[in-house]
Design a protein around this ligand. Structure first.
Ligand code: ARG
Length: 713
């Protein structure tokens, strides 16, 4: 055993060090319009359906895989627009319905009738009706401009116009790939009336909490149901009582027959970003310049939030979502830095760059074109580090929901309020409602405490010339001076609490241009803008090198092509596979026995024992979802996904849902920069566990019936 592991490791190290420039099976967030290149391999690995059944033509599976909000994925799983996505994609929706007397984060929520389904504000789902390779059409429109350069933008515009005329009801998008060699067209519908249908309590859906986040093994029932509504003709419409559930023939089917080790599995979804061609300089920048301020700011703020949330259930309710969002990428950054180091990613990339240089500098022409690329990149990233680092501090400190951010987002409307009110009398109601929405979950004392702590961090971390001017004006150079100043601001500003603002809106007795929070926010913004301008102009200089490098990599890498994630729909495939690290094998599946074992002898609240779940486990009341008196909970595959894929359906060889993607493992925190088949896993909740929690735990027979009906015949 040991020997075998050793062998595997040395193989792995060679792989990492040599970065063989070819794209392998399992790696790849494939464009559906180019899926033909993978067809043979997918079939050899077990795919049981024709490739045309997957891609974006009429009646294809991809039509039921939807963009959920701006950062998640979902599946339509019934003929009445029922959607399955992750619980952690539902925070925003849930938050809209939490009340002091009914915290549905803790209690869960199940609509017993259609009328009880809860309309969600600001949630849009995107459906791809057709996905087409329009490369030839775009290329035939290409005309050279005066400088002799092909005008790609114009050509794309012309093709979009043509399709827009043909399909007036669709949103038409074209993306360019492979250095303007491929163009893909997406015909989409966007639905705005989406309602929350069912979620289980947090101690079940998020069992393991932040402790287990980004880790395998896992035991979370990370799912939620929504439903998409449309007008009576099935067309997208803004929320209305008269809308009805979207009738749809083409939805995804669910399979409760399970899977075994080595089975083919594929997912579809909307991964947001990746940078697989990142150079060693980019990775250094990310891990040494950008991640440390993020880790410092979030770590500090989270520790305060945690203390305050422990003190008060109301604060807990109000801050839980912000906390989870913050903690998610905080932990990701910590993990990224750890694994970049442990796996020598920077050294491997350097070696790769040397190989590239050898390849690219073979003749005089390419020497001229590429000779200065690496040196240029190094120079620009090094020079920009100071600004990028400072900018990260500003973004991290001031882009989180809080009073300072409220003032920077809406302050202007308050400054010109009396004037504008004359033109627009509804302004009072609009601002009152915006204020109410933003202050609903804000706690004055928590906000103040966080601000004080962050200011102390800033004076220690930013060079004087990159601090907001007001820091010097107010002589903020010690903890005591900061405490005093912030106390005054929070005491005297109209923005210090929502009630004061509402009073002011009714009777704007004083001019807010001298409000201390306004002055503070303006000073922060001024400096932030300065730094941002400087950083972007430096980045623009570096960009020409990066662009040249990326451009040349298409040929250097060769093989099958997939572009970096860009929030367009992608397919990824692999097999159900154990995780092996440092000689330790963690099996591909977890069970309810495993979950219960975690709750024993622990003081960690993330492993809270839910009594109802316990009684289901004790009675082995698994119905048809159990296997030999054991209940599958989560599983992993070795496919290639990233942020944005949350909620993606994991499909078997027949294209039926066997689980929902909800995370990646700790060993894969470098996946933004490179893919490693041996270490990277996609974590899914087993669809049978989803159904068990829906039926036996939550008693939602209505949903079970709907799903069973959808899967008959
Ligand atoms: N890491 C997951 C993602 O980014 C989020 C999982 C949510 N769960 C949690 N414990 N924070 O999609």
């Amino acid at each position: 055993m040991y020997k075998k592991n050793l062998f595997k490791w040395s193989l792995l190290t060679t792989f990492l060090l040599s970065f063989i420039p070819k794209v392998h099976a399992d790696e790849g967030m494939w464009l559906l319009a180019l899926l033909e290149q993978n067809a043979k391999e997918m079939q050899a690995m077990g795919l049981n359906i024709p490739i045309e059944k997957i891609t974006g033509q009429d009646g294809a599976l991809s039509e039921s895989v939807i963009g959920f909000g701006s950062g998640c994925t979902g599946s339509i799983v019934s003929g009445s627009g029922l959607i399955l996505t992750n619980y952690h994609c539902a925070y925003g929706a849930i938050l809209q319905y939490v009340t002091p007397t009914n915290d549905i984060f803790q209690n869960g929520y199940w609509a017993n009738t259609v009328a009880q389904e809860l309309p969600v504000k600001d949630l849009v789902i995107t459906v791809n009706k057709k996905i087409l390779n329009v490369s030839d059409e775009v290329k035939s429109q290409l005309q050279s401009d005066a400088s002799g350069t092909d005008n790609v933008k114009n050509a794309i515009g012309l093709v979009i116009k043509k399709y827009q005329q043909k399909y007036p009801k669709y949103r038409v998008q074209i993306r360019s790939y492979k250095n303007d060699a491929f163009f893909v067209l997406f015909l989409q519908l966007q639905y705005k009336d989406v309602r929350l249908v069912g979620v289980a309590p947090k101690n079940v859906t998020k069992f393991g909490g932040e402790t287990d986040n980004w880790m395998w093994p896992r035991y979370s029932a990370d799912f939620a149901y929504f439903r998409v509504y449309a007008d009576k003709d099935g067309a997208p419409a803004a929320y209305s009582k008269t809308n009805i559930p979207l009738g749809i023939k083409n939805y995804l089917h669910i399979s409760t027959t399970g899977y075994k080790r080595g089975d083919f599995a594929m997912s579809m979804g909307y991964p947001s970003t990746s940078d697989r061609d990142a150079t060693s300089y980019k990775i250094k920048e990310k891990t040494q310049v950008l991640n440390p301020p993020m880790i410092a700011v979030r770590g500090l703020r989270q520790s305060i939030w945690e203390e305050e949330m422990d003190k008060s259930p109301l604060i807990k309710q109000g801050y839980a979502e912000e906390y989870a969002n913050s903690a998610n990428y905080y932990k990701n950054a910590v993990g990224m830095n750890f694994w970049v180091n442990k796996l020598n990613i920077i050294q491997s990339k350097e070696k790769y760059e040397k190989e590239w240089e050898k390849w690219v500098l073979k003749d005089e022409a390419s020497r001229l074109k590429y000779g200065s690329v690496l040196a240029g990149m190094e120079k620009e990233t090094t020079e920009n580090a100071k600004y990028k680092r400072a900018l990260t501090y500003y973004n991290e400190c001031f882009s989180t929901e809080g009073i300072i951010r409220f003032v920077s987002s809406f302050g202007l409307s308050f400054l010109n309020y009396t004037e504008n009110l004359k033109q627009r009398p509804s302004l009072r109601i609009d601002l009152a409602s915006t204020t109410k929405q933003h202050y609903r979950n804000l706690n004055h004392d928590v906000d103040k405490r966080v601000t004080k702590a962050l200011f102390k961090l800033l004076i220690d971390s930013l060079p004087a010339d990159l601090q907001p001017e007001i820091f010097a004006v107010k002589k903020l150079n010690s903890a005591a001076s900061i405490d005093k100043y912030i106390d005054e601001v929070y005491k005297n500003s109209v923005f210090a609490d929502g009630v004061k603002i509402q009073e002011w809106l009714n009777k704007p007795s004083i001019d807010l241009k001298d409000d201390p929070m306004v002055l503070l926010s303006q000073s922060i913004e001024k400096k932030q803008r300065e730094i941002s301008t400087q950083a972007s102009s430096n980045s623009a200089k570096a960009f020409k090198y990066t662009a040249a490098y990326t451009h040349s990599l298409v040929d250097f890498k060769g093989g099958r092509y997939y572009p970096d994630a860009d929030r367009t729909i992608r397919l990824s495939y692999g097999t159900v596979t154990d995780l092996e690290m440092d000689g330790k094998i963690t099996p591909f599946q977890t069970t309810l026995n495993g979950l219960m074992a975690k709750t024993v002898n622990t003081t960690n609240k993330d492993y809270f024992l839910n009594k109802k779940l316990e009684s289901i486990w004790q009675g082995k009341l698994y119905g048809k979802y159990g296997v030999n008196a054991e209940m599958p909970v989560c599983f992993v595959t070795n496919g290639d996904v990233t942020g944005g894929n949350s909620g993606s359906p994991m499909l078997n060889a027949d294209g039926s849902i066997i689980g929902l993607v909800f995370d990646c493992n700790w060993e894969s925190m470098t996946r933004e920069f490179n893919f490693n088949k041996d270490l990277h896993r996609v974590i899914c909740v087993d669809i049978r566990y989803v159904l068990l929690i829906t039926e036996k735990f939550s008693g939602s027979d209505r949903i079970i019936k709907e799903i069973e009906k959808a899967n008959q015949g």
